[in-house]
Design a protein around this ligand. Structure first.
Ligand SMILES: C[S@@+](CC[C@H](N)C(=O)[O-])C[C@H]1O[C@@H](n2cnc3c(N)ncnc32)[C@H](O)[C@@H]1O
Length: 227
């Protein structure tokens, strides 16, 4: 099975008996992602929501490095929610809340009334490698609701492969895009121009684009335009 398919456990280490899954990409990308998030994030307090947390390995790694922040992991896939919970318990970290089931494409993300009230005024929302392995409605849901859940100076960070001005940034991303679309016609590597336009309609401004290893990017969105 190709490594980008979200069936963690079919690639990488076998699932642990407690349900912890392993994503090989996590081991390759977490240090580089943290090096971009940390300078701003470590100066913040408050709560961080991760959407599409997958195995839960990023949230554990990042929460360990930021004891002053409270992390809320989430996913819409029940096996992934189970893995996140298993990683959370295994980590024994006090600053990770129980995994939420969030479907970014659902009205109000499918949040319970209590969670909808709680998950407001967030310092940061982090979303890695989700919107290309999902229909465009997931990008619409993420960007459509993020501004309303962030505090005034909060930020949304998105990590993954993106096109720029209608062009793939590397031949390998073009191959990846074709294989995604072959699996599901509604999937595919998204263009930063389209994401920028979508964000603008939702009260978010794209304030930074950081090239990352392996032809990925981190996009930063804020509720006020860059000065
Ligand atoms: C490739 S995995 C990335 C997981 C993790 N963020 C990482 O970088 O290792 C994509 C994740 O997006 C989740 N996902 C897909 N559609 C979603 C949706 N509508 N709402 C929330 N999560 C979704 C999948 O369940 C999966 O865990």
């Amino acid at each position: 099975m190709p490594p980008f398919v979200v069936e963690f456990g079919n690639v990488g280490r076998k699932p642990e008996p407690d349900g912890r899954l392993d994503a090989p990409a996590f081991h390759r990308n977490h240090e580089a992602i943290w090096s971009v998030l940390a300078p701003w994030l470590l100066a913040q307090t408050g709560e961080v929501l991760e959407t599409g947390s997958g195995t839960g390995q990023h949230v554990v790694e990042f929460a360990r490095k930021s004891p002053g922040l409270v992390w809320w992991p989430s996913d819409y896939n029940d096996a992934h929610v189970k893995s996140i919970e298993a990683w959370r318990r295994h980590s024994d970290l006090p600053n990770i809340r129980p995994a939420r089931r969030i479907d970014l494409a659902a009205p109000d993300w499918g949040l319970s009334a209590d969670d909808s009230k709680t998950l407001r005024g967030l310092t940061m929302i982090f979303c890695a490698n989700v919107i290309h392995i999902a229909p465009w409605s997931v990008a619409e849901g993420l960007l459509g609701h993020a501004a309303g859940r962030l505090k005034a100076d909060g930020r949304l960070y998105m990590y993954g492969p993106f096109m720029r001005d209608g062009q793939h940034t590397a031949p390998s991303n073009a191959v990846f895009d074709s294989s995604l679309r072959a699996q599901h016609p509604a999937w595919g590597v998204r263009d930063i121009t389209d994401i920028h336009a979508l964000a603008g309609r939702s009260g978010l401004y794209l304030t930074d684009i950081v090239p990352m290893p392996a032809n990925n990017f981190i996009l930063t969105f804020e509720r006020t335009p860059a000065a």
